[in-house]
Design a protein around this ligand. Sequence first.
Ligand SMILES: [Zn+2]
Length: 215
Amino acid sequence: MNLKPSIDANLPQHLYDGYRAFRAGRLPTEQSRYRELAERGQSPQTMVVGCCDSRVSPEVIFDAGPGELFVVRNVANLVPPYSPDGLYHGVSAALEYGVTVLRVKHLVVLGHARCGGIQAFASNGPTGDFIGKWISLLGPAAASVEAHKQDDDYLKRLEQTSLQRSLENLTTFPFIRGACDRNALALFGAYFDVATGELSVLERDSGRFVTVARD
Ligand SMILES: [Zn+2]
Protein backbone atom coordinates (compact mmCIF):
# COMPACT_ATOMS: atom_id res chain seq x y z
CA MET A 1 0.00 0.00 0.00
CA ASN A 2 1.32 3.42 -0.92
CA LEU A 3 0.98 5.72 2.09
CA LYS A 4 2.62 8.74 0.52
CA PRO A 5 -0.52 10.49 -0.73
CA SER A 6 -2.07 10.40 2.76
CA ILE A 7 0.96 11.61 4.71
CA ASP A 8 1.56 15.35 4.80
CA ALA A 9 5.06 16.51 5.61
CA ASN A 10 3.71 19.48 7.52
CA LEU A 11 1.95 19.31 10.86
CA PRO A 12 -1.11 21.49 11.47
CA GLN A 13 0.02 25.03 12.32
CA HIS A 14 -1.28 24.95 15.90
CA LEU A 15 1.04 22.02 16.64
CA TYR A 16 4.07 23.97 15.38
CA ASP A 17 2.98 26.93 17.47
CA GLY A 18 2.53 24.74 20.51
CA TYR A 19 5.91 23.08 20.02
CA ARG A 20 7.65 26.44 19.72
CA ALA A 21 5.95 27.60 22.91
CA PHE A 22 7.16 24.40 24.60
CA ARG A 23 10.74 24.99 23.35
CA ALA A 24 10.69 28.56 24.58
CA GLY A 25 8.87 28.00 27.88
CA ARG A 26 8.67 24.60 29.46
CA LEU A 27 11.71 22.90 27.93
CA PRO A 28 14.32 25.33 29.33
CA THR A 29 12.86 25.06 32.81
CA GLU A 30 12.80 21.26 32.67
CA GLN A 31 15.89 20.67 30.54
CA SER A 32 17.89 19.00 33.30
CA ARG A 33 14.96 16.72 34.10
CA TYR A 34 14.68 15.66 30.46
CA ARG A 35 18.43 14.95 30.30
CA GLU A 36 18.27 12.88 33.47
CA LEU A 37 15.25 10.95 32.17
CA ALA A 38 17.02 10.32 28.88
CA GLU A 39 20.10 8.96 30.65
CA ARG A 40 18.46 6.94 33.40
CA GLY A 41 15.17 6.05 31.73
CA GLN A 42 11.77 6.64 33.21
CA SER A 43 10.78 5.51 36.69
CA PRO A 44 7.31 6.93 37.31
CA GLN A 45 5.69 6.02 40.62
CA THR A 46 2.17 6.34 39.33
CA MET A 47 0.20 4.85 36.47
CA VAL A 48 -3.10 6.29 35.25
CA VAL A 49 -5.77 4.62 33.14
CA GLY A 50 -7.69 7.51 31.62
CA CYS A 51 -10.15 8.31 28.85
CA CYS A 52 -9.10 9.53 25.39
CA ASP A 53 -11.31 12.59 25.97
CA SER A 54 -9.35 15.72 25.06
CA ARG A 55 -10.67 17.54 28.14
CA VAL A 56 -9.36 15.01 30.62
CA SER A 57 -5.58 14.96 30.40
CA PRO A 58 -4.08 13.29 33.50
CA GLU A 59 -0.86 15.32 33.19
CA VAL A 60 -2.84 18.56 33.24
CA ILE A 61 -5.23 17.57 36.05
CA PHE A 62 -2.40 16.33 38.31
CA ASP A 63 0.03 19.05 37.20
CA ALA A 64 2.60 16.37 36.37
CA GLY A 65 5.97 16.95 34.77
CA PRO A 66 7.82 14.67 32.36
CA GLY A 67 8.55 11.23 33.76
CA GLU A 68 5.98 11.43 36.56
CA LEU A 69 2.98 9.60 35.17
CA PHE A 70 2.78 6.43 33.10
CA VAL A 71 -0.49 6.85 31.24
CA VAL A 72 -2.69 4.66 29.08
CA ARG A 73 -5.83 6.24 27.67
CA ASN A 74 -8.73 4.56 25.93
CA VAL A 75 -12.37 5.19 25.09
CA ALA A 76 -14.26 5.51 28.42
CA ASN A 77 -11.22 4.66 30.60
CA LEU A 78 -12.13 0.98 30.70
CA VAL A 79 -10.06 -1.88 32.02
CA PRO A 80 -10.95 -5.21 30.42
CA PRO A 81 -10.73 -8.38 32.51
CA TYR A 82 -7.52 -10.41 32.34
CA SER A 83 -7.75 -12.34 29.12
CA PRO A 84 -4.51 -13.89 27.79
CA ASP A 85 -6.05 -15.13 24.56
CA GLY A 86 -3.32 -14.27 22.07
CA LEU A 87 -5.25 -11.29 20.64
CA TYR A 88 -4.22 -7.62 20.72
CA HIS A 89 -4.60 -6.01 24.15
CA GLY A 90 -3.16 -2.50 24.32
CA VAL A 91 -4.47 -1.64 27.77
CA SER A 92 -3.41 -4.97 29.26
CA ALA A 93 0.06 -4.62 27.69
CA ALA A 94 0.44 -1.16 29.25
CA LEU A 95 -0.69 -2.52 32.64
CA GLU A 96 1.80 -5.36 32.38
CA TYR A 97 4.62 -2.98 31.53
CA GLY A 98 3.69 -0.44 34.21
CA VAL A 99 3.31 -2.97 36.99
CA THR A 100 5.90 -5.65 36.18
CA VAL A 101 8.67 -3.62 34.51
CA LEU A 102 8.33 -0.07 35.84
CA ARG A 103 6.91 -1.33 39.14
CA VAL A 104 4.64 1.64 39.68
CA LYS A 105 3.39 1.97 43.26
CA HIS A 106 0.07 3.64 42.55
CA LEU A 107 -2.47 2.76 39.89
CA VAL A 108 -5.31 5.22 39.31
CA VAL A 109 -8.36 4.72 37.12
CA LEU A 110 -9.45 8.24 36.20
CA GLY A 111 -13.06 8.54 35.08
CA HIS A 112 -14.90 11.70 34.18
CA ALA A 113 -18.25 13.42 33.70
CA ARG A 114 -19.87 13.76 30.28
CA CYS A 115 -17.94 10.81 28.87
CA GLY A 116 -18.79 10.34 25.19
CA GLY A 117 -18.05 6.62 25.31
CA ILE A 118 -20.48 6.12 28.19
CA GLN A 119 -23.10 8.28 26.46
CA ALA A 120 -22.70 6.24 23.27
CA PHE A 121 -23.29 3.03 25.20
CA ALA A 122 -26.30 4.44 27.08
CA SER A 123 -27.94 5.71 23.90
CA ASN A 124 -27.03 2.69 21.76
CA GLY A 125 -25.08 5.18 19.66
CA PRO A 126 -22.68 4.59 16.75
CA THR A 127 -20.61 1.47 17.22
CA GLY A 128 -18.35 1.17 14.13
CA ASP A 129 -15.94 -1.71 13.69
CA PHE A 130 -14.36 -1.35 17.13
CA ILE A 131 -16.13 1.04 19.50
CA GLY A 132 -19.22 -1.09 19.99
CA LYS A 133 -17.18 -4.12 21.00
CA TRP A 134 -14.97 -2.04 23.26
CA ILE A 135 -17.77 -0.26 25.13
CA SER A 136 -19.68 -3.53 25.53
CA LEU A 137 -17.32 -3.81 28.51
CA LEU A 138 -19.80 -1.39 30.13
CA GLY A 139 -22.50 -4.09 30.09
CA PRO A 140 -22.06 -5.41 33.65
CA ALA A 141 -21.91 -1.88 35.11
CA ALA A 142 -25.02 -0.87 33.14
CA ALA A 143 -26.88 -3.94 34.35
CA SER A 144 -26.17 -3.01 37.96
CA VAL A 145 -27.59 0.53 37.58
CA GLU A 146 -30.44 -0.47 35.28
CA ALA A 147 -33.04 0.51 37.90
CA HIS A 148 -31.83 4.13 37.71
CA LYS A 149 -32.07 4.46 33.95
CA GLN A 150 -34.67 7.23 34.10
CA ASP A 151 -32.87 9.21 36.82
CA ASP A 152 -31.26 12.56 36.00
CA ASP A 153 -27.91 11.35 37.30
CA TYR A 154 -27.98 8.04 35.41
CA LEU A 155 -24.92 8.79 33.27
CA LYS A 156 -22.88 9.86 36.28
CA ARG A 157 -23.98 6.70 38.07
CA LEU A 158 -22.92 4.61 35.08
CA GLU A 159 -19.58 6.46 34.79
CA GLN A 160 -18.80 5.88 38.46
CA THR A 161 -20.07 2.29 38.55
CA SER A 162 -18.05 1.49 35.45
CA LEU A 163 -14.98 2.95 37.13
CA GLN A 164 -15.50 0.63 40.08
CA ARG A 165 -15.93 -2.28 37.71
CA SER A 166 -12.63 -1.38 36.04
CA LEU A 167 -10.94 -1.43 39.45
CA GLU A 168 -12.40 -4.90 40.04
CA ASN A 169 -11.13 -5.99 36.63
CA LEU A 170 -7.63 -4.79 37.56
CA THR A 171 -7.57 -7.38 40.31
CA THR A 172 -8.20 -10.17 37.78
CA PHE A 173 -4.63 -9.62 36.48
CA PRO A 174 -2.38 -12.00 38.46
CA PHE A 175 0.57 -9.57 38.44
CA ILE A 176 -1.63 -6.76 39.80
CA ARG A 177 -3.22 -8.92 42.46
CA GLY A 178 0.22 -10.20 43.43
CA ALA A 179 1.67 -6.69 43.72
CA CYS A 180 -1.33 -5.57 45.80
CA ASP A 181 -0.96 -8.61 48.09
CA ARG A 182 2.68 -7.68 48.68
CA ASN A 183 1.65 -4.08 49.42
CA ALA A 184 3.82 -3.03 46.49
CA LEU A 185 0.87 -1.51 44.64
CA ALA A 186 -2.24 0.43 45.65
CA LEU A 187 -5.31 0.95 43.45
CA PHE A 188 -7.35 4.15 43.32
CA GLY A 189 -10.46 5.45 41.59
CA ALA A 190 -10.83 9.15 40.77
CA TYR A 191 -13.53 11.06 38.91
CA PHE A 192 -13.10 14.44 37.23
CA ASP A 193 -15.99 16.81 36.65
CA VAL A 194 -15.23 18.51 33.35
CA ALA A 195 -17.52 21.48 33.98
CA THR A 196 -16.33 22.44 37.47
CA GLY A 197 -12.80 20.99 37.52
CA GLU A 198 -13.72 19.13 40.72
CA LEU A 199 -11.95 15.86 41.43
CA SER A 200 -13.44 13.19 43.67
CA VAL A 201 -11.82 10.03 44.94
CA LEU A 202 -13.41 6.66 45.59
CA GLU A 203 -13.52 5.82 49.29
CA ARG A 204 -12.81 2.15 49.72
CA ASP A 205 -15.05 1.45 52.69
CA SER A 206 -18.13 3.45 51.76
CA GLY A 207 -17.84 2.96 47.99
CA ARG A 208 -18.60 6.69 47.60
CA PHE A 209 -16.74 9.34 45.65
CA VAL A 210 -15.54 12.10 47.96
CA THR A 211 -14.61 15.52 46.58
CA VAL A 212 -10.99 16.54 47.07
CA ALA A 213 -10.63 19.79 49.01
CA ARG A 214 -9.34 22.69 46.94
CA ASP A 215 -6.55 23.57 49.33
ZN1 LIG B 1 -14.55 9.67 28.38
